[in-house]
Design a binder for this molecule. Structure first.
Ligand code: UTP
Length: 403
């Protein structure tokens, strides 16, 4: 279908007026974007939340159990890492809007008396595990169109912070178009739609599209450890976590922290209709949020930290399945009809994202694996306040990192 027909079919003919005024190169660019749109994403604007079934607590392993079995878990995990069965996937395609910088979040300097970049700290954490296991872990870094060049250049400039470059691959995630509050596509500039990274739920498809599943580096990989860019304390390819997940025979694992209080704003792992699921804090009733187990712990107390293990063969099987698209109201800069760029002061449209937490359900089973918050959870989401540069610095220092 040509651009005009596509726009008319999807009630987006408001863009035709501008289209007529553009030069050939701008039109060609626009044609390419329009033909690549997954229109089903826009339909999620009108879709309700799908019913997933009865909510039940999920079995996980606590810090106490981990300590009791640490030797066995570590043995299994170290063997897997050493045999090249574990790859690490760093999700770095987000825009980090809350941190208020347009640069890739990983390039943020959290040091005080010396430069210490977020990427650098993550690489240091990974290097520790590599030293323990006697092997380098393949590291796959997901970027987006908006930050790919800058991210690669940053790693080059810092010589990969001492990590072997031949063990690192970059891949670029897809973009999703943005719409205004009435569902109409917005323009960013002449011949260019306003768009944003399509969320972290598309990481596996983007990895596959980039041809990396056939890459020699991943030839032995059986598990992907996928993690967020902003938790500077997390252990990556953590042998005990890997070993515990393998030995549990579950198809995925999630590093979780115990909720500090019932009303804490964190997504929790549970079962929904018998399948593992992450339920957002605002979806959990007060009654369930306060429910206690026989041993007095919160029944829905496993908060996710965005550090997951995925079984590679199972990922292959579920790759074609659709995951829900989440719609978020945001401020979206756009070009108006007079060709001027407008920076809106309030939310003027929607962005579309798929989320990695929705993949857990498709995996069929998941092992919640508890980690100590003070030792493994220091997300840098905001400049100050909760989950900020300030709180992360305090925790890094507590863990002996020189800032
Ligand atoms: P967040 O949900 O914290 O989003 O991402 P963000 O973009 O980093 O920050 P805000 O919300 O704009 O302030 C969690 C993780 O998922 C990655 C992020 O880079 C981070 O590691 N992510 C998010 C992607 O890789 N791609 C995306 O499209 C979105």
């Amino acid at each position: 279908m040509d651009t005009e027909t596509l726009l008319k079919t999807h009630s987006q003919q408001h863009l035709l007026k501008s289209y007529e005024k553009w030069n050939e190169a701008e039109r060609e660019n626009f044609d390419r974007q329009i033909s690549a749109i997954d229109w089903s994403i826009l339909e999620s604007l009108n879709a309700g939340n799908a019913e997933k079934g009865e909510i039940r607590p999920i079995d996980g392993i606590s810090l106490r159990e981990i300590e009791a079995n640490r030797a066995a878990y570590e043995k299994a995990g170290k063997a897997a890492v050493k045999a090249g069965k574990v790859a690490a996937v760093l999700l770095a395609g987000g825009q980090g809007t809350r941190l208020g910088t347009s640069a890739p979040k990983g390039t943020f300097n959290i040091g005080v008396t010396r430069p210490l970049y977020i990427f650098q700290q993550l690489i240091e954490n990974l290097k520790e595990v590599c030293a323990q296991c006697g092997a380098f872990v393949p590291l796959l870094i997901m970027t987006s169109e908006k930050n790919d060049e800058e991210t690669r250049a940053f790693f080059e400039q810092h010589e990969y912070f001492g990590y072997p470059k031949n063990c690192v691959r970059f891949f670029v995630q897809e973009m999703a178009p943005c719409v205004d509050l009435s569902g109409k596509l917005l323009l960013e500039s002449k011949g260019r739609l306003a768009s944003s990274p399509n969320g972290n739920g598309g990481w596996y498809l983007s990895l596959a599209r980039a041809g990396l599943l056939e890459d020699e580096l991943l030839s032995a990989v059986e598990w992907f450890n996928v993690f967020a860019v902003d938790n500077v304390l997390q252990r990556i390819a953590d042998p005990a976590f890997v070993g515990a997940t393998i030995l549990s025979k579950r198809k995925s694992g999630a590093k979780v922290v115990r909720k500090a209080r019932p009303e804490e704003k964190v997504g929790v792992l549970c079962l929904e209709g018998g399948l593992p699921s992450v339920i957002e804090y605002y979806e959990l009733s007060e009654e369930l949020a306060n429910l206690k187990t026989d041993t007095g712990e919160l029944a829905y107390g496993f908060g996710v930290t965005l550090n997951y293990l995925f079984h590679a063969q199972t990922l292959k099987k579920i790759a074609a399945e659709k995951i829900p698209v989440h719609v978020a109201k945001k401020k979206i800069p756009y070009m108006n009809e007079s060709g001027e760029l407008v920076e809106p002061e309030s939310e003027n449209g929607y962005k579309f994202e798929t989320l990695i937490l929705d993949m857990i359900r498709l995996m069929g089973s998941c092992l919640p694996y508890e980690v100590e918050r003070e030792k493994e959870f220091a997300p840098v989401k905001n400049k100050t306040g909760i989950d900020s540069v300030d709180t992360a610095r305090v925790l890094l220092e507590k863990n002996g990192v020189k800032l």
